[in-house]
Write a protein that binds this ligand. Sequence first.
Ligand code: FE2
Length: 168
Amino acid sequence: MTNVVELIPEVNLIEDKEIRDNLISAVNAIEKESGVDLTQFPLGHGITEAGSLMSHSRALVKMALAVADVIEEINNIKVNRDYLIAGCILHDIAIVYGRENEIKHSFTGAFLARDHNLPEEVVKIVATHAKEGELVKRSLEATIVYHVDFMHLEILTGEHYTQVIVRP
Ligand SMILES: [Fe+2]
């Protein structure tokens, strides 16, 4: 079984031990149930060289925390960093079950988070991180995850700009 902290060192940035432990058990459970190797699982979207599913989630943690730093410093808006980090790590994890239905991974991921007793705020981040989340009012943390997720994908796919530079 993959060592989750080695795979995603940002897990250690979660201050609440219960959230951290439940997150690790959720990642281990989905890896065991799906039979995939999370160290190798691709992000999809035709992105091969630039990273795996888990490197996408790690990038989101760092991007989301940078956003939190800015809005806390400049706008004095408090962000729950534990929810933010856990939401980034789990948002796409159910893609390991298949990409045939884009709605499905948001909800199967949310069920996974709930099954592992993660806070309801984390469940909602996962449930609303994609386009179907437009149908409800997202939390502050879910709004950050939604935007950094699409920003990272657009950067990696190069869909909306003219030159893609992928460094090794
Ligand atoms: Fe994503």
